[in-house]
Design a protein. Structure first.
Length: 151
């Protein structure tokens, strides 16, 4: 999630409408997809005591960088609150219909939804690295870890 947030911030607003090919999402749409997925995965197992369930905001018409970044930040903060309130016992309880609707829903432990969320974040970030590089930007994961100097 940190790399997603960094990528969202580093892409110039002028490139939020960029799409590498006509059949792909724009950069902004890809961030909005990641935002919605955060809520989906973090809501699938239910919420632990003390946490109020929050649905994903409607982002279909949201195209401004500031609004998109704010929504992503809020989705990550929501997932962080859910996990902070979760006990190990709660995470190990069984819940139905975990996972993605397009990848198959399973019955599993609540923790599975959060693991799936991490995997999905990594998939979305991998997609976004292409958008960044096509705009001449070095993705955060590469920029923060430059190669070792030659020996």
């Amino acid at each position: 999630a940190n790399y997603l947030m960094m990528a969202a911030r580093m892409m110039p607003e002028s490139a939020y409408g960029f799409r590498p090919t006509p059949d792909l999402r724009t950069f902004g749409e890809q961030i909005n997809h990641a935002t919605s997925a955060q809520y989906s995965f973090c809501n699938q197992p239910g919420t632990p005591p003390g946490v109020e369930r929050r649905p994903a905001p409607s982002l279909r018409q949201v195209t401004a960088k500031a609004e998109i970044v704010k929504a992503l930040d809020e989705s990550v903060a929501y997932c962080d609150r859910v996990l902070a309130a979760a006990t190990e016992a709660w995470l190990m309880e069984t819940a139905p219909k975990l996972g993605g609707a397009t990848s198959g829903l399973i019955e599993g432990i609540r923790a599975h939804a959060f693991m799936y969320n991490n995997v999905h974040d990594a998939e979305d970030y991998g997609t976004l690295t292409v958008y960044l590089r096509l705009q001449g930007l070095v993705p955060p994961s590469s920029a923060l870890h430059p190669p070792a100097p030659p020996k």
